[in-house]
Design a protein around this ligand. Structure first.
Ligand code: ATR
Length: 298
């Protein structure tokens, strides 16, 4: 690959997060810019929580075209923006900012990224039943996405039941989809039949993510079934122990790389106005992911 050359005309984009060393987004976006011959560069910015407001002011001050926002800033960043899209407001989280002449708009491309990734599996949510593990920011994007695509019912399992109840209320109120909250520990007991009858199971928590690869949500192996779609949003490692367990039971599985890809593609299109080169981005992601896994397990 030709190394990008930074000039006085290069447009800057990047990602705000803390920590940020594990991000795969620079590899994905810089490969896309190079493939389309766009004079853009994507940089990682390690922003401590107490510096977030200054960092956002810096987007305006430095005429940065836009940024992605990741853990732990996706929710707190809303207060520093000029406009937030309806979907991002509903989800309560922003993962992409666009700078229109100093006016900052917050978007959430996680929801659309999740739906696009789901399309890749051939799954159509209309009229189906979903079980979602978790009720944090990622679960809110998944819940909103499934609600907007007319799924029939969603059950949220969460350790903090109150959070799952709030999320279920948000989804039911905004989309009219039947939504309920169930305690996390019920997953292996009375909640098992909910998981078994679900057409799709989505794991949105950080369980199983590096360096906790050995961990797995307490879903009994026989709660999964053939033809069920099981998605884990974790992409490091991919697949997780959870996903391997589902695959062993015959479920159709998808790891978090595809959602990462599609949320990135949507952000790319917002910043550049050009269709994202999906295959280029996917290859760059896979290469960066393999390199980071080798670096962690040499
Ligand atoms: P994100 O934006 O990535 O979703 P988050 O908002 O911090 O991050 O949410 C993390 C989710 O993982 C939550 O659902 C959290 O459960 P709580 O709401 O009870 O905190 C869940 N989670 C994280 N570690 C967990 C663990 N060890 N057991 C069960 N749930 C866990």
């Amino acid at each position: 690959m030709v190394k990008p050359v930074i000039t006085g005309r290069t447009k800057l984009v990047g990602i705000l997060g803390h920590p940020i060393t594990h991000t795969l987004s620079p590899a994905m976006h810089n490969a896309a810019f190079a493939a389309l011959g766009l004079d853009f560069a994507y940089l990682p910015f390690d922003v401590r929580p107490e510096e977030l407001k200054n960092a956002v002011a810096g987007i305006r001050a430095l005429s940065i075209v836009g940024v992605n926002v990741t853990v732990p800033h996706k929710e707190t960043v809303l207060d520093s923006l000029d406009v937030v899209t309806e979907a991002a407001g509903l989800i309560g989280a922003v993962n992409t900012i666009v700078n229109h002449d100093g006016r900052l708009t917050g978007y959430n491309t996680d929801a659309i990224g999740f739906l696009k990734a789901l399309e890749d599996t051939g799954f159509d949510p209309r009229g189906k039943e979903a079980a979602v593990l978790g009720a944090g920011g990622a679960a809110r994007a998944v819940g909103a996405a499934l609600g907007m695509s007319r799924i029939r019912r969603i059950t949220f399992f969460n350790r903090t039941l109150e959070r799952a109840k709030e999320l279920a209320q948000m989804v039911a109120g905004a989309t009219g989809v039947q939504s309920t909250a169930v305690p996390w520990e019920e997953m292996g007991k009375s909640g098992m039949s909910i998981i078994r009858s679900a057409d799709i199971v989505v794991q949105t928590t950080s369980i199983g993510m590096h360096p906790r690869e050995a961990e797995c949500p307490p879903v009994p192996a026989d709660a999964f079934r053939k033809d069920q779609v099981v998605v884990d949003l974790v992409y490091n490692p991919a697949p997780t122990r959870f996903l391997k367990r589902a695959a062993a039971a015959g479920a159709r599985t998808q790891d978090g790389v595809r959602m990462l890809l599609h949320q990135g593609a949507a952000a790319f299109e917002l910043w550049t106005g050009r269709p994202a080169p999906i295959t280029v981005m996917e290859n760059a992601l896979k290469t960066a992911q393999a390199a980071s896994q080798v670096a962690e397990h040499p």
